[in-house]
Design a binder for this molecule. Structure first.
Ligand code: G4P
Length: 541
């Protein structure tokens, strides 16, 4: 076993890091906000360049052709940028409607989440689902309500919706003065300042010039207009009298969300948001392990793999494992222990990915994400460490929502078909279930989004030479039976339920809809069902 002891890492490297993911529904403005954050972070000179560069690259890559055809981003990257001497790691989650389990898994590596909401639409399905994953991890949530320059729901209504539906208390950091055509600016409650909105007219490709006026400046009334001025006074009074004070501990426990309003497209409210996020966002946090909580300041290197990605560059057919650094200092070419296999592994060719560009990483610190070459060594949830044996908990599987039998079109390709399905399952590209009826041997693909099916079929053809077809199954909810087969036997026949088994032979129930699930739960209260599942523990401390 590797016993090399490393120097304690510089605490300022941990102090200055903030790591976060953006959760939102498609079209809320995630790409736009990401670009604006990069613009303020100086990582790009002009917003729009990430998008442009992405599509340029896509043109030369046949794997990416699928993304381009559909105008979406399947793969996600980690963007690192600096702002005011802080180092931000933005874990970019695939943003399309057809999102995949990777979107959920990325949240396992995040310390904070930014919940981006379209002011006209309020909370939407994908945001709710992602929020639930954040809640499981008690992640701090920062809410940015976007597109205030467009006709919007009333800001009070939006706040109320978050409180009521998500059960989060809110603390408004800045408040809009009017919305849509009437949008005049925002009121910064902390600094008691008004920021006047200036439409940039060019989609905010460059930083906005902010006009800031003190709250007690008598010019405000004439600048924003009498009506809006009085409305603002009333709304601020409501916020002051009803709203709680900012409780940072509650924010860090994921129970209170600081709320910001703005317009990402116009760069409005973006910098203010960024500054507050740096002030209030969680620094790299301790992670639970078999040895208790491992603090980022723990001197030995450790981390876990939260996502695998294949074929980002089809010329090299490479695979990348994304590793979240939890403690110690990562150094290129270091030799570490691999908890699952008990072997040692050299972490060579580590990469930092910025859109499709790659840089070699020499060192990385807790809160950072490193892309590692993965010739089949790593699986999702794997721990690597130096020193005393450490194991971080596995990353759960989430309830799939789409199910289909996968059939092999050519029986002579049976071996390749099996190999491909097994490898793609191990990599976490899709979940595989099986019927309990031995005569039905075709695997059931189970996914969170339609795109996962397409990716699996595409890769089976390209990497394993196997054509397949799908036979959709009419289910939309899966639940693991916590008590295993025994309890299921006791319960007896379940109506409107398809009983299948997961890759570890554990029982999973498939339901057509939530209504059927509720009915079964009502009829059999003794049946404990879970929407998430952890792999059985095979690793021994
Ligand atoms: P997504 O990644 O969350 O899917 O959203 P994206 O940033 O692509 O934004 C979706 C659309 O919303 C884009 O318009 C974008 O310009 C627009 N948008 C984002 N932020 C704002 C905002 O603050 N105000 C207004 N009015 N619009 C905003 P599009 O027409 O689809 O694309 P584009 O032609 O503008 O690039």
């Amino acid at each position: 076993m590797q016993t090399e002891v490393r120097d304690a890492i510089a605490p300022q490297e941990i102090e200055r890091r903030r790591n976060f993911a953006i959760i939102s529904h498609p079209d809320a403005g995630k790409t736009t906000l990401t670009e604006k954050l990069l613009l303020y972070g100086g990582a790009i000179q002009q917003a729009g360049s990430v998008k442009a560069r992405r599509s340029q690259r896509h043109a030369t890559s046949d794997w990416m052709a699928m993304e381009q055809q559909r105008g979406i981003s399947i793969t996600s990257t980690v963007l690192q940028f600096e702002y005011q001497n802080c180092l931000l790691n933005l874990l970019d989650t695939p943003g399309h409607q057809d999102f995949s389990e990777d979107t959920y898994r990325t949240l396992a590596a995040a310390d904070n989440a930014v919940m981006l909401i379209d002011a006209a639409k309020g909370l939407e399905t994908q945001t709710r689902k992602l929020f639930e994953v954040c809640r499981l991890r008690s992640l701090p949530i920062f809410t940015f309500i976007n597109k205030l320059d467009r006709p919007s729901m009333s800001p009070l209504e939006l706040i109320d919706e978050i409180e009521r539906e998500l059960g989060l208390s809110t603390y408004v950091i800045n408040w809009p003065i009017g919305t849509g055509d009437q949008f005049q600016g925002i009121f910064d409650r902390q600094h008691q300042q008004v920021h006047l909105f200036q439409k940039s007219g060019d989609h905010g490709t460059r930083k906005a010039t902010d006009t800031i006026i003190a709250a007690n400046d008598p010019r405000i009334e004439s600048l924003v207009g009498e009506n809006l001025y009085h409305q603002l006074q009333e709304e601020l009074e409501i916020l002051d009298s009803l709203g709680p004070t900012l409780d940072l501990e509650a924010v860090h426990r994921g129970q209170m969300t600081p709320v910001f309003f703005g317009s990402a497209m116009n760069n409005f409210g973006v910098e203010l948001f960024l500054k507050s996020f740096l002030e209030y966002g969680l620094k790299p946090t301790p992670h639970e392990s078999n040895k208790g909580k491992i603090d980022p300041t723990y001197p030995e290197f450790s981390g876990f793999v939260f996502k695998l990605q294949a074929n980002m560059d089809p010329k090299h057919r490479d695979r990348i494992a994304f590793l979240r650094v939890c403690s110690g200092k990562f150094e290129k070419d270091m030799v570490v222990n691999h908890a699952r296999t008990g072997k040692t592994v050299r972490l060579s060719h580590p990469q930092k990915l910025f859109a499709q560009e790659r840089d070699t990483v020499e060192v990385a610190y807790p809160g950072d994400v490193v892309g590692l070459n993965n010739p089949g060594t790593f699986a999702i949830g794997d721990t690597v460490y130096i020193g005393d044996k450490l194991i971080y908990p596995s990353i759960p599987s989430f309830s799939p929502e789409l199910f289909a039998y996968l059939r092999n079109a050519d029986p002579t390709k049976y071996k390749n078909f099996n190999k491909g399905v097994t490898e793609l399952q191990e990599e976490g590209a899709v979940q595989i279930l099986h019927s309990t009826d031995e005569s039905k041997r075709n695997p059931i693909l189970a996914a969170v989004g339609q795109l996962q099916f397409e990716v699996v079929q595409f890769r089976l053809v390209n990497e394993y030479g196997v054509e397949t077809y799908l036979e959709a199954l009419p289910y939309s909810v899966a639940r693991w039976v916590t008590g295993g087969w025994d309890i299921l036997d006791k319960v007896g026949r379940l109506f409107n339920t398809f009983v299948v088994k997961d890759r570890w032979e554990r029982p999973v129930l498939l339901f057509k809809n939530q209504w059927n699930l509720d009915q079964v739960k009502g009829d059999h209260p003794e049946l404990e069902l879970s929407p998430i599942a952890l792999p059985p523990t095979t690793e021994k401390a």
